[in-house]
Ligand binder design. Structure first.
Ligand SMILES: *[C@@H]1O[C@H](CO)[C@@H](O)[C@H](O)[C@H]1NC(C)=O
Ligand SMILES: *[C@@H]1O[C@H](CO)[C@@H](O)[C@H](O)[C@H]1NC(C)=O
Ligand SMILES: *[C@@H]1O[C@H](CO)[C@@H](O)[C@H](O)[C@H]1NC(C)=O
Ligand SMILES: *[C@@H]1O[C@H](CO)[C@@H](O)[C@H](O)[C@H]1NC(C)=O
Ligand SMILES: *[C@@H]1O[C@H](CO)[C@@H](O)[C@H](O)[C@H]1NC(C)=O
Ligand SMILES: *[C@@H]1O[C@H](CO)[C@@H](O)[C@H](O)[C@H]1NC(C)=O
Ligand SMILES: *[C@@H]1O[C@H](CO)[C@@H](O)[C@H](O)[C@H]1NC(C)=O
Ligand SMILES: *[C@@H]1O[C@H](CO)[C@@H](O)[C@H](O)[C@H]1NC(C)=O
Ligand SMILES: *[C@@H]1O[C@H](CO)[C@@H](O)[C@H](O)[C@H]1NC(C)=O
Ligand SMILES: *[C@@H]1O[C@H](CO)[C@@H](O)[C@H](O)[C@H]1NC(C)=O
Length: 866
């Protein structure tokens, strides 16, 4: 439906005039014509007030707005007369917007006769788009509440290499998250935060508020009351984004204004809609959820052997041992140091790892040594010749991963290397791309009129990377595609592993862009062994969950600088709950593998013991992430969006829906101040029932902080599938399952379990072998004083049938009506006398000795009399 919006033109003109006075008047546009029907609207805009700063204005703009789905609104503004750079469809597939001409034709309309203000909306969608004239601006609002979500000012600047638009926000009513990659002191955006997006290797990630390795022009906005929406500016050019509390301003140095609005209204719905658009997170292999150890400075195969042995001896889980560039011959990809990592030493070591259920992962960098250049022609070029950079091997060429032939070459080299050393995963470092050399400017691209705040000091774009005047395949300029380099490399690497192994790839990428989660995991880069870094790692981890890259973690104990036993212990306790848990250190630091000190070893056994028990739950969260985009680790407001006190919580986080982690983040702390949203909370360790928050809002509680573990609580209402810990994930997978049932106040709980072989290329999906079981629990009064609590399983899908059948051996109930005078247990309506039962701490009750096949539906009923 199209409707005219009354425009208070005079008032707006006055406001624009005042804004002009304040802000050295900037350009504005008028609406010339609008045409639209139903879900689609198209408008022509004409420049009215031009400015001269940053180059001439584009005179005529085209706007299209379309409700692409009920939950996604697309608004694109571009030059009406010239084609401009846009994120390529091959890396971000999307339905091309209907052209205005096609729209005119389909409507049989003449643009000149159309109204100059209009709205699109549809009954089934909560999003409404309105275009206003004159001057031109647009709003996006939420039907159900009338809330205005996006509200552009009349100031719109559209030049060849400078675009600027501002949107108003209701200060105090909007909490924003996302935009990055930046290390930040808080997860929630703070007024006056600025975000420069330009992929950069600063050689450290511990400096606050600077542009780092990846670019994510996406934010989630949670309004008081709990409704959330998401906003993506799909643009790969460099930009500054200023968050002023009551506004956001985008200052972009190229491309088009291509906005996508995701309706939510729950935070989980926003990430679902967002990842439906940018691509779902790649399934990660089961083994990747184990603990990994790395160090820049494992200089020989013997070093690796010693570390693996150290973990075995200390009985601390070790899934993967990793090599940084030490293994390479002269820093070159796909080579081995002939003295320290000869194939005839390394290969038997890797074979032994494999026979022990362990893995080997190596680093690769996106460059090829200059001398070693084959007669290939798919490298980045500038001024007609290959760009010669300086990285680890010395002078290098950079493969242009936009060129399909470079991706083929990459796949060939990876496959060839894996014949020598069958590595289990690849770690793509330096892919901003990083470069140590400096450049002379070549052309105007190298010095754009507007200087983004690169590295916080407006450094040239060419600093520490390849020059932006570099040319890619299809004449794409680095100026436009710089922020996509890591994404293209991750895609090529993922495809190469998939082809070579026919198994689920594991790729870890430092540089990312929206959609990188389809191919890769991410770590927070070169962090430091400092307490503030421990706390800040939560902010980055939560942000990447929102960016559709749920497999994320920071280097445990810090990469740079020496650590202390206390910091390292606390980091282990927190890091055991990172989706991706790896310790990695810089070569000039003292060795700090988790077994080196008794204190860290104790923390590691306890924290990773808990993690490995939780693996079936964590892996099920991976399945949820892959199918719905739900982050594995989430901020509290994802589960409690109505509780505004959760919006600022970033010293705690949730694993999935209901496992609350409250780590120690300060030296010398013996207590932790933790926030508990409404509901019941049980200790995950001893099943005690410490806390009921009965108020609608939550409660702050001071928890004792044991030296060897983080506080972890389970919210009533959740059922967790668990297994016994082991020293490898495959060992942990051998045992029977257990269910941990934490009842909500009303006696209900639910949960699920996903199982497959952990390495097939698909996770779930048609034709695959996988099993999904939903568990639910209810409590009913059977007769006066007699309560029955029943756990039932519902087998949603069951085609994963490993040789040893998976069974549930015991169920622990927490929060039963207690104390019970007596109880009777029925399995599938038959009383089971043989089941061993044990009353644990108050209200916890365990039933063991069961043997319930996961793939068969069952009911366990506990009848208690009081
Ligand atoms: C252009 O500037 C004039 C005078 O400042 C103002 O009245 C008018 O609203 C502006 N128009 C646009 C589209 O910015
Ligand atoms: C409007 O339509 C006329 C012809 O119908 C065409 O010449 C003109 O370019 C169109 N204007 C825009 C902005 O598309
Ligand atoms: C944001 O910056 C402006 C201008 O520098 C300043 O007036 C304002 O106090 C700052 N706001 C906050 C919350 O720091
Ligand atoms: C570009 O190429 C020309 C011709 O080979 C050469 O004269 C010029 O120095 C080159 N410019 C740069 C910046 O390398
Ligand atoms: C550039 O970034 C630095 C570091 O975050 C900040 O201090 C400075 O205010 C920024 N400059 C501008 C103009 O935003
Ligand atoms: C990057 O900029 C910094 C600071 O201006 C400078 O010290 C450094 O040499 C530059 N690096 C390169 C590779 O241009
Ligand atoms: C390549 O792009 C540049 C601008 O980035 C342009 O000047 C040039 O004409 C283009 N060349 C070709 C062959 O399209
Ligand atoms: C760490 O400590 C060792 C031994 O005291 C010292 O040699 C080394 O320089 C330190 N490393 C760093 C990065 O401070
Ligand atoms: C029981 O309580 C939980 C958690 O508060 C809630 O999600 C659920 O809807 C309730 N179920 C019933 C049947 O009331
Ligand atoms: C699923 O398992 C069956 C039986 O083990 C096997 O024949 C089939 O190839 C498997 N399918 C896939 C997609 O792995």
């Amino acid at each position: 439906m199209m409707a005219i919006v009354s425009s208070s033109g005079d008032l707006l003109a006055l406001l624009t005039f005042l804004i002009c006075l304040l802000h050295h008047c900037s350009a504005g546009y008028d609406v010339e014509s609008v045409v639209g029907s139903g879900n689609l609207l198209s408008a022509s805009l004409k420049l009215v007030n031009g400015t001269t700063t940053f180059g001439p204005d584009v005179k005529r703009l085209d706007l299209t707005a379309s409700l692409e789905t009920d939950n996604r609104l697309h608004v694109r503004i571009t030059d009406a007369d010239h084609t401009r750079w846009e994120v390529p469809e091959d890396i971000m597939p999307r339905s091309t917007s209907v052209s205005k001409d096609a729209l005119f034709q389909s409507l049989g309309m003449d643009n000149a006769t159309l109204p100059s203000s209009a709205t699109i909306s549809r009954v089934s969608s909560d999003l409404k788009f309105s275009i206003h004239s004159n001057p031109f601006r647009f709003t996006v609002s939420r039907h159900s509440t009338g809330d205005i979500l996006f509200d552009t000012s009349a100031t719109l600047v559209f030049k060849d290499r400078y675009l600027e638009v501002t949107t108003a926000l209701p200060a105090g009513r909007a909490s924003l998250y996302g935009l990055g990659e930046h290390t930040k002191r808080t997860f929630r955006l703070q007024p006056n935060d600025t975000f420069t997006l330009w992929n950069e290797d600063l050689e450290r990630s511990d400096l606050l508020d600077l542009n780092l390795y990846g670019s994510h022009p996406f934010y989630m906005d949670v309004r008081s009351g709990g409704n959330a929406h998401g906003v993506l500016l799909l643009n790969s050019n460099g930009m500054d984004i200023v968050y002023g509390g009551s506004y956001i301003t985008y200052k972009v140095i190229g491309g088009v204004l291509d906005f996508y609005f995701f309706a939510g209204p729950s935070p989980l719905a926003v990430v679902d809609q967002y990842t439906q658009f940018i691509g779902r997170p790649a399934p990660m292999p089961y083994w990747s959820f184990g603990f990994h150890q790395c160090r820049y400075g494992y200089k020989t195969v013997a070093d690796l052997e010693e570390v693996v042995a150290g973990y075995t001896k200390a009985k601390i889980p070790l899934e993967g041992i990793w090599s940084d560039i030490d293994y390479m011959d002269g820093g070159q990809d796909f080579t081995l140091d002939p003295i320290n990592f000869p194939a005839n030493r390394l290969r038997p070591f890797v074979d032994r790892l494999h026979s022990n259920g362990q893995k080997y992962v190596v680093i690769i960098d996106p460059e090829i040594k200059r001398q070693a250049t084959p007669n290939e022609d798919f490298f980045l070029k500038r001024n007609g010749t290959n760009v010669v950079g300086r990285v680890w091997p010395g002078e290098v060429y950079f493969p242009d991963f936009i060129n399909p032939r470079a991706a083929e070459y990459w796949a060939h080299k990876i496959s060839e290397f894996r014949r020598t050393i069958p590595v289990d995963g690849l770690w793509c470092d330096m892919n901003e791309p990083s470069n140590f050399g400096a450049w002379q400017p070549l052309n105007a691209l190298d010095d754009p009129p507007y200087h983004i705040n690169n590295s916080g000091t407006h450094r040239p774009l060419n600093n520490q990377t390849v020059p932006v005047s570099t040319v890619h395949y299809n004449n794409v300029s680095e100026y436009d595609a710089h922020n996509l380099f890591g994404l293209y490399e991750a895609r090529a690497t993922h495809a190469a592993l998939l082809k070579d192994t026919a198994r689920r790839p594991f790729v870890l990428s430092r540089s990312t862009f929206p959609g990188a989660g389809r191919y890769a995991a991410h770590w927070t880069g070169d962090n430091s062994a400092r307490w503030d870094e421990l706390a800040n790692s939560i902010n980055t981890m939560l942000s990447f969950g929102i960016f559709g890259i749920p497999m994320v973690g920071a280097d445990l104990c810090g990469f740079r600088g020496n650590t202390t036993q206390e910091l390292c212990s606390r980091w282990i306790q927190l890091g055991a709950f990172y989706p991706f848990a790896r310790a990695h250190t810089e070569r000039t630091t003292e060795r700090r593998e988790l077994y080196v000190w008794e204190s860290t070893a104790r923390s590691a056994r306890k924290a990773f013991g808990t993690r490995y028990r939780l693996l079936p739950y964590i892996y099920t969260l991976m399945y949820e992430a892959h199918t719905t985009g739900a982050p594995i680790v989430r901020p509290l407001f994802f589960s409690y969006p109505q509780d505004a006190d959760t919006y600022g919580v970033d010293k705690q986080f949730l694993l999935g829906r209901g496992v609350l982690v409250s780590p120690v983040l300060q030296p010398g702390a013996t207590t932790v101040d933790a926030y508990f949203p409404a509901g019941r909370w049980f200790s995950l360790y001893d099943h005690s029932y410490p806390l009921t928050v009965a108020t609608r809002t939550g409660k702050r509680v001071t928890l004792q902080a044991p030296v060897d573990s983080a506080s972890v609580h389970l919210a009533g209402g959740n059922i967790l599938p668990l297994q016994q810990p082991g020293l490898t994930t495959s060992a942990a997978r051998q045992g029977e399952f257990h269910l941990l049932v934490a009842l909500a106040e009303n006696g209900t709980a639910s949960g699920e379990l996903f199982l497959d072989d952990g390495e097939s290329t698909e996770m779930g999906g048609v034709g695959g072998n996988w099993t999904l079981v939903r568990f639910s629990c209810d409590t009913a009064m059977e007769s006066k004083g007699i309560f029955a609590t029943t756990v039932s399983s519902h087998v949603v899908h069951n085609s994963y049938t490993p040789s040893g059948t998976s069974v549930i051996g015991s169920v622990v109930f927490m929060g039963l009506q207690s104390p019970a005078k007596g109880f009777t247990i029925y399995v599938n309506n038959v009383e089971v006398k043989a089941a061993r039962t044990k009353s644990l701490t108050s209200g916890a009750f365990s039933v063991s000795g069961l043997s319930l096949a996961i793939g068969k539906e069952f009911q366990i009923k506990v009848v208690m009399s009081h």
